[in-house]
Design a protein around this ligand. Structure first.
Ligand SMILES: [Zn+2]
Length: 173
């Protein structure tokens, strides 16, 4: 289109076109070509601006993706470390339990395991200030007297939740 405009301009300048009508037509075509060129340049400019803003958006989103990804990586490594620590703790506690279980009479251990299964994982509870820490109920006076009268070897049970009651110096007896 630009070449055509140049060619038209050359023909006009050379004086080869002499008829006024042809001259007028040529002049009109040159004007029209110039206008179309201007319009196309506007379009190109607009496309370039849109491309630039799209590139900015891409850069911004890429940055956000990378920031989110680094948060994910961080959380994942913290989770893995927590898993590792829990595994270690589980192994230690399991070993400790084995050692303690080995010192408890077989029938008492059997009762404890049965209660633990029935009572949501807690088979024995501390008696603390006359209260069973398994079900949180306070022993009545009759129960307190029975506990007081029992020999240290007697296996005590909570009347309410049936868990094994463990006496300590803080039992409030
Ligand atoms: Zn209880």
């Amino acid at each position: 289109m630009r070449q055509r405009a140049v060619r038209d301009q050359k023909r006009l300048d050379s004086g080869a076109v002499s008829s006024p009508k042809d001259l007028e037509n040529l002049q009109r075509e040159i004007t029209s070509l110039a206008k179309r060129q201007g319009d196309l340049e506007d379009v190109v400019l607009e496309v370039m601006e849109r491309r630039e803003s799209a590139q900015e958006r891409v850069a911004e989103l890429t940055e956000r993706v990378s920031s989110v990804q680094s948060k994910i990586d961080d959380a994942t490594s913290r989770r893995d470390a927590a898993f590792e620590s829990l595994d270690g703790e589980t192994a230690t506690v399991t070993k400790e339990r084995e050692v303690i279980a080995g010192t408890i009479p077989a029938d008492l251990l059997k009762l404890y395991d049965k209660l633990r299964e029935q009572q949501g994982g807690v088979g024995a509870a501390r008696l603390y200030q006359r209260r069973c820490e398994g079900c949180r109920l306070e022993l009545n006076i009759t129960e307190v007297n029975e506990v007081k009268a029992a020999s240290p070897d007697t296996v005590l049970r909570c009347e309410n939740c049936r868990r094994i009651l463990v006496r300590t110096s803080e039992s409030g007896l």
